[in-house]
Structure formats: C-alpha cells, structure tokens
Design a protein around this ligand. Structure first.
Ligand code: FES
Length: 153
C-alpha cells in the first residue's frame, strides 16, 4: 500500500471512529475508494479496529460486495436472473466472455465480468450494466457497439 493510499485508508477508518461495529460500512468505504479490500487493507483495518485479521477476512469473504483482488478498469455485469435468461442472457454471456476474453467472475486488467441477479430492468431483458450504466434489450451486436462506445469514453 502506497503512503498516499495508507493515508486515505486511515481517513476512511477514522471517519467511522475506528469502531469495530462499523466494520461493514467501513469496508464499503474501501470498495468505494479503491474498488476492493486488499490484504494490506485487511491488516490495517484489523490493527486499527483492534480485531484479528481472521475476523476482518471472515467478513470480507462472506459478503459478495467485497473482494480482495483489484478489479479491472471497467466493470461489466450481465443479468442472470429469470426474465433475462428467458430472453437469451446465457447466449449473450457466452458472447461477452469471448468478446472480452474473460469468463464470469474473472478479471483482466481492462475489465471485470460479473453476474448480477436482476438489474430492475426485466421489461427490457436481457440487461447489462457497464460501469454503473444499465442497458436493456442487449443483443451480441448491441453489446459489441456498447462496449466499444463505453470503453472509449
Ligand atoms: S431479470 Fe434481468 S433485469 Fe430483472
């Protein structure tokens, strides 16, 4: 962890008064700032909150929102829930995996590909989210155009 990142990390911890009962909120703060909770961050949080590393690690690994690996620069989520599956999200997922060169749950330096279970866009299935923006009725061709557009903006 760089000195600057450590400074930011300590500021996050102190913004929750270094209270162990605020661990989950604090971890969300790390994800918002860094995109993940590194092993170095887990050590720092444990020390500052007077918890064991196993305690912090246990919470990080229990919740899907937290990850210990650095994500790709862009986050692509494909809905795998029922309405989207009925409209071809599995086939779309196979296309996206080939197009991006990563499988679901994997990361490259450029992109992280994640499943999601309903984006609240069921009427326009299949739905995809790229860097927080939701798109509906996504075909393979439309995905290629969207990813080109979104990664180059
Ligand atoms: S099921 Fe895919 S957006 Fe709701």
């Amino acid at each position: 962890m760089s000195p600057r990142d450590r400074e930011l990390a300590v500021a996050i911890i102190e913004s929750f008064d270094s209270k162990p009962e605020m661990l989950i909120q604090l971890l969300h703060g790390f994800v918002d700032k860094f995109g993940y909770v590194s092993e170095a961050a887990i050590r720092l949080i444990a020390d500052e909150l007077n918890l064991s590393r196993a305690d912090v690690h246990g919470v990080v690994s229990y919740y899907h929102d937290f990850r210990t690996e650095k994500p790709g620069r862009h986050i692509v989520k494909i809905c795998q829930a029922e309405a989207c599956q009925a409209m071809g999200s599995r086939k779309l997922t196979e296309h996206v995996e080939r197009r991006l060169g990563v499988e679901l749950h994997q990361d490259s330096e450029a992109v992280s590909l994640q499943p999601v279970y309903c984006l609240g866009n069921c009427a326009c299935a299949p739905a995809v989210m790229i860097d927080g923006k939701t798109w509906g009725r996504v075909t393979s061709e439309r995905f290629d155009a969207l990813i080109e557009q979104e990664l180059n903006t």
